[in-house]
Design a protein. Sequence first.
Length: 573
Amino acid sequence: MNIFKIIRTELETVLSSIESEKRYNFDTKNITVEPPRDEKHGCMSTNSAMVLSRQAGINPRDLAEMIVEKLQKSDFVASAEIAGPGFINIRLNKNIWFDVLSSILSQPKKYGDSEIGKGEKINIEYVSANPTGPLHIGHARGAVVGDVLASLLQKCGYDIMREYYINDSGVQVDVLAKSAFLRYLEALGEKIEIPEGLYPGEYLIDVGVALKEKYGDELRAKNEADYLPVVKDFTINAMMTTIKDDLALLGVKHDIFTSEKKLVESGAVEKTIDNLKQNGFVYEGVLTPPKGQLPDDWEQREQTLFKSTKFGDDIDRPLKKSDGSNTYFASDIAYHLDKYNRGGVKQIDVLGADHGGYVKRMKGALNAVTNGKGTLDVQLCQLVKLMDNGEVLKMSKRAGTFVTLKDLIKDVGSDVVRFFMMMRKTDAPLDFDLTKVKEQSKDNPIFYIQYAHARCCSVLRSAQESNIDYNDANLKLLDNADFISVIKELSQYPRILESSAINMEPHRVAFYLVSLAGAFHELWSKGSGDEKLRFIQENKIDETKACLALVYCVKEVIANGLAIFSIQAKNKL
């Protein structure tokens, strides 16, 4: 039950009536029905008169008066009044709050479910870390954001495909294979030195040992051209096994893993470039030099270029390198076309903030190869700063000094990692303090939420021991401002889910759960001093049953919300 949708429907009925009477023509897409900033102003507020007055050609307050007069006749509305230049504040009939609880009690697991997605297919690609080492905390944010966004969109009626793109082609995997080969020689007893430019990380020691176990000293005498393909495939498989194991520890799921190497070998990249050429999006030309001091490797030469500027990019982008091989961008275009051909008409990429310059060119390229039918949204995740007791911990994959995701989960737990990664908007930097996330206090949001759920379970267990349940509760006995304040918080959940999905901002759900937990903890505290607000009231069985129904609803909505984060709600702490 989404009461905000109910009141919006009532409002649109009122506006339709005014249209007919006054022969206006309203476009209502920009009107809102939201909680007011100050709860003293009522239950909901709408900007409808402000937005539509210009369309009607009248003063906003005059239109507001017409709306208020008709809106007050609704069975759901207790009163409506005009505020300021034309905002309308609405107070609802108290019965609607009891209806909210009834709707949760009837289908607790489905509360908040929405059909706004209407089954639309969306392909979400996330993580897609190069298979050159274990995942670290920097990968964790994109992994969690993508996974939670996928769950949120599914709950709102979208058909989601979760995808990981394996970058197993190109220079970086050659460097990886050469690094692993040195560890193989080390496993055979040779003393090695890892030159500048290769990966020195100790995580490749086990790969070297595994190569020895499989091939003995067979690879030692081979030249690079012969050993490299063998070692490359073996090492990529080993790294991807490690990555998948780490993602499983974090509770991150993917439906499909797509290989760049297989895509290239299939000829898809060349076919994609031909597609762009045939449609006039590719030309042979010379790029203007970059502004400022020229790089040492700058060549002013003719290149195969994609008309990226046609789609708002700063410059056109190369599709071929100087040696005639394809650029990463060319492979990426082919990959996004492949996703489109597999049903991903709408695509979302969750990427690190360092990919910001990639967005316009990739959106334009997908537009070009799909004749405008494919759409791409890119969610950029800002950096995560790993700290311990306020001090920054520095990381470097190339130097082999970084905190792996596996170690992080072992230290603080996957639930903590998942939730804290959602405590900021993706475009805001995030500080992850190893000390603070372990605190058991109200300053630790996941503990605060789990504590509220555990308290709910404690109350329900006590009631069960006394053979009291809430099945036939008279919810109208909760006609108290403090109880209704919590019910109002519960009523927000469907609206929060829909707005989070529409705006692709799953962090809003995290903030909501903190707010709901706070409302419940506050009610719990008030009950310590006011018997009327206690959940189990001696010799008042009917009042107790009503309170238990409220407690159950809080418990279920918290568990419902945590499930979107793939976090199991705890019954005890």
